[in-house]
Design a protein around this ligand. Structure first.
Ligand SMILES: NC(=O)C1=CN([C@@H]2O[C@H](COP(=O)(O)OP(=O)(O)OC[C@H]3O[C@@H](n4cnc5c(N)ncnc54)[C@H](O)[C@@H]3O)[C@@H](O)[C@H]2O)C=CC1
Ligand SMILES: CC(C)CC(=O)C(=O)O
Length: 364
């Protein structure tokens, strides 16, 4: 990959490589755009097949955060980190403290939180070195683990998508195929089970599947079989790019609504599902509950205020569906328009020179 060519194409601001031999830290912080404010986005720890794959993941996820934060009405830009390693085997406290020092070095341009493979405990270790971290333990006045709130937002968003597809937002009796039953999806399954939905679940880890089978009477299928399930709603809640050339012909659901980031392998796949009449809830709109929740910490956390905003995901998605129909464009294009309009209007209103801090002449 020609990194600068890629960064220029999608207008990235900064890419930071962090290495600490003592702890084994190898991390990449990607900052996409800070027009709306500091870049806020989680830290993912994953076993990548190559460094290039890790860089690409960090870049794509960071851009997604710019759009997510803009579409959610937050005054925040987009960034994300990936740490290369197996979260089940390669973690140690020094690793997260070393990473915290790198974040501190960015002096507030980037604020982190959890993502796949990282936990509240990891964020607490980062917090030993920097204040630019959210989703730490509640005893520090933080909002804690964002996953249950993300799940609630996805549940609300799924109801909005059902309303669009079926003219009724009840999920009772609907068959929902859930891919990946990790932190977010387990709580999502809880909400769906309570409403009377029928669950079909899969995960690469057997114990995660068993937990959902035991708690919600879910039917279990093998990871690759989830695309063939006869269901009303496909909920991708693992990693990205599962809506692609191979899976689209197999998917039977009328609705795609889940928590995973970067669900479309490429924009062309968003066009194909639109033409097939599938109601797709754009990933970064439906899964914005977690970031809305942690972002509230920047104002002194109020759960009531954050939850009120998370409830708004339903209306935000209905608005996306409205724009999609009005402009006759796929829903992912409608969501991008909503986010880009906000970024552009703020960047226009900020084009006047404003003296923040000392003027250089004051040093004379
Ligand atoms: N945690 C949060 O608050 C937020 C999470 N997201 C996104 O939601 C997704 C899930 O996040 P979490 O639940 O936090 O992560 P997690 O790591 O707790 O759960 C992901 C689950 O997917 C499983 N998985 C991975 N590859 C799979 C495959 N090919 N087939 C089946 N299962 C597979 C994993 O074993 C794991 O159980 C991720 O894409 C994440 O970026 C988005 C917004 C916020
Ligand atoms: C986990 C969230 C708090 C932030 C994030 O990185 C996301 O929404 O993907």
């Amino acid at each position: 990959m020609e990194i600068f060519t890629y960064m220029e194409k999608y207008d990235y601001e900064q890419l930071v490589f962090c290495q600490d031999k003592n702890s084994g830290l190898k991390a990449i912080i990607a900052i996409h755009d800070t027009t709306l404010g500091p870049a806020l986005g989680g830290t993912r720890m994953w076993t990548y097949n190559s460094e290039e794959e890790a860089i690409e993941d960090a870049l794509r996820l960071a851009k997604g955060m710019t759009y997510k934060n803009a579409a959610a009405g937050l005054n925040l830009g987009g960034g994300k980190t990936v740490i290369i390693g197996d979260p089940r085997k390669d973690k140690n406290p020094e690793m997260f403290r070393a990473f915290g020092r790198y974040i501190q070095g960015l002096n507030g341009r980037y604020i982190t939180a959890e993502d796949v493979g990282t936990t509240v405990q990891d964020m607490d270790l980062i917090h030993m070195e920097t204040d630019f971290v959210t989703g730490i333990s509640p005893e520090f006045g933080s909002s804690g683990n964002p996953s249950p709130i993300t799940a609630y937002g996805v549940y609300k968003g799924m109801k909005a998508a059902a309303m669009e597809a079926y003219g009724d937002d009840s999920l009772e009796g609907k068959v929902v195929a859930v891919q990946g039953v990790g932190n977010v999806a387990y709580t999502l399954c809880e909400h769906l089970h309570k409403e009377g939905a029928k669950l079909v679940v899969t995960d690469i880890h057997k114990e995660a599947v068993q937990r959902a089978v035991d708690a919600f009477g879910a039917e279990a299928v093998d990871p690759d079989d989830i695309y063939d399930v006869d269901c009303d709603i496909y909920a991708p809640c693992a990693l990205g790019a599962t809506i692609n050339d191979d899976t689209i012909p197999r998917l039977k659901a009328k609705v795609i609504a889940g928590s995973a980031n970067n669900q479309l392998k490429s924009t062309k796949h968003g066009d194909i599902i639109h033409e097939k009449g599938v109601v797709y809830a754009p990933d970064y709109v439906i899964n914005s509950g977690g970031v809305i929740n942690v972002a509230d910490e920047l104002n002194g956390y109020s759960q009531a205020r954050a939850m009120k905003k998370v409830e708004g995901i339903y209306d935000n998605l209905m608005n996306v569906f409205k724009i999609s129909k009005r402009d006759n464009v796929p829903t992912y294009v409608a969501a991008d328009r909503m986010a880009e309009e906000r970024i552009q209007s703020v960047s226009k209103s900020r084009n006047q020179f404003l003296l923040n801090g000392h003027h250089t002449l004051s040093r004379r």
